[in-house]
Design a protein around this ligand. Structure first.
Ligand code: GAP
Length: 436
């Protein structure tokens, strides 16, 4: 089924996944706020990445570098000179477009249809800010356009504190900012977003082997977390589209409702960054091989994904509509690990205080172990639909019989099958089902 993006946008807003930033002031283009459910989903995606990249491995170390960095970092990395996109401006309606935007056809303004009269101009994508109270004397710095550079400048700190042997990696999740020319497609291209980046340092002669290794690892990560295989594909960059630092790059693309687009890129950055930072800082960023007694710059393989983009892909991929007994059911079939809410406790009748009390007690106890919610604001059918729509994995219903036999009904989101479970076994039952 091709998902209508408008349905996902509307669900996101209606149920509290994603809101437009500063909405009460008319919104700020291409900035987004994550609501109560969005923040959980985002956290679960980041946790899944961190678990896989850092906790499951001996040779990868975590880092949380600052967003603001010394301006020389961006000179060394090449961003000051090279990090720009060509754009066209319409002299008539004053709209601007990325030159390579699919909207721009035959050199005409997509809005008014006039020919663009001038050549494309390049715009640097880094966002500037100033450190210090007086603008005249303040230091101009940039909001980092990628988290990767925070890793490269900490290379020796990791070498001296962890003493790793090649291959090893440094992983980081954090905000990045780009003054994108064309934004849009909901959160797909924003000016403020989060990246999940790994810089994996390898022997120069092993670069191609690890490049292939990380492409397959990263592709499998998305599949393993529930994205349908047929909605993912690999696209190798041609020589002329490679970034200035890359020897090779492959994108993992997702079949978004607006076309196949990049979800994550896996690049072979060679030894470009370590060499550049050594040269610009005057600090030796080589690696010493104590067996061979030689110093050299390791090569770097970089899987770099976006949190917001994967969240959008997970949402779209999980969205489905089906007919149940003649009625439409919207389900967010998110993987259990990603679902924002694991359990909802629902009283079948709200006019029986003992049932409400029992349900609230169960909910309070489950909250200590799983993200649990309690809801008694509608009839049971409606409550189930609400939970299905946000991807809640299990619904626990307390009914009249529960008062007698101390059992509750547990309903599975996907199969809608129901099981009676003793309250005293409920936590273990759910823990096993949820794999927690
Ligand atoms: N360090 C390499 C690097 O930054 P990139 O392909 O420019 O490579 C990596 O970015 C990932 O960051 C992309 O695959 C995408 O998921 C995410 N990303 C980049 N620009 C973005 C934007 N404007 N909005 C949302 N996500 C973005």
């Amino acid at each position: 089924m091709t998902v209508d993006i408008e349905k996902v946008v509307s669900l996101s807003k209606r149920r509290g996944f994603i809101f437009q930033s500063s909405e009460i002031y008319g919104g700020l283009a291409s900035s987004w706020d994550y609501g109560p459910l969005g923040v959980e989903l985002k956290k679960n995606i980041k946790d899944a990445w961190w678990k896989e990249m850092v906790y499951a491995r001996e040779e990868i170390f975590g880092l949380d570098a600052s967003i603001l960095m010394h301006p020389k970092v961006w000179e060394a990395s090449g961003h000051t000179q090279n990090f720009s996109d060509p754009y066209l401006i319409c002299t008539d309606c004053h709209k601007y477009y990325r030159q390579d935007s699919p909207e721009v056809k035959d050199n005409r303004c997509p809005l008014c249809g006039r020919n663009f009269s001038s050549q494309a101009t390049r715009a640097n994508l880094m966002l500037e800010t100033y450190l210090g109270p007086l603008k005249e004397t303040a230091l101009k710095v940039y909001l980092r356009p990628e988290t990767a550079q925070g890793i490269f400048v900490n290379f020796t700190n990791i070498l001296f504190t962890k003493h790793p042997k090649l291959p090893f990696g440094i992983a980081q999740i954090g905000k990045a900012f780009r003054n994108e020319i064309t934004t849009g497609n909901f959160t797909f291209r924003s000016r403020e977003f989060e990246q999940m980046e790994l810089e994996y340092f390898v022997l120069p002669e092993e670069d191609e082997q690890y490049y292939e290794y990380w492409i397959s690892q990263r592709l499998n990560w998305y599949i393993n977390l529930g994205i349908k295989k047929e909605n993912l594909r690999l696209r190798k960059h041609s020589q002329d589209e490679l970034a200035h630092y890359a020897k090779a790059c492959t994108d993992i693309e997702y079949n978004f409702p607006f076309g196949w687009m990049e979800l994550e890129g896996i690049a072979n950055r060679k030894d470009f960054d370590l060499r550049q930072h050594s040269q610009f800082s005057g600090i030796d960023l080589t690696y010493f091989d104590d067996q061979k007694r030689i110093r050299f710059y390791p090569y770097i393989i970089e899987p770099s994904g976006g949190v917001d983009r994967s969240l959008l892909a997970f949402l779209i991929d999980a969205y489905r509509e089906e007919k149940v007994r003649g009625e439409k059911r919207v389900v967010l079939g998110l993987d259990k690990r990603l679902a924002p809410i694991k359990v909802a406790v629902l009283p079948l009748l709200t006019n029986r205080p003992e049932i409400v009390e029992m349900a609230k007690k169960i909910s309070g106890e489950l909250k200590r172990s799983f993200v649990t919610t309690y809801d008694d604001t509608a009839g049971i059918g409606r409550l189930y639909r609400r939970q299905d729509e946000i991807g809640t994995v299990y619904c626990v219903t307390v009914d009249v019989q529960s008062l007698e036999d101390k059992k509750v009904t547990v309903r599975d989101r996907d199969t809608m099958l129901q099981e009676r479970i003793s309250v005293d076994k409920l936590k273990e039952y759910l823990a096993e089902k949820l794999g927690m």
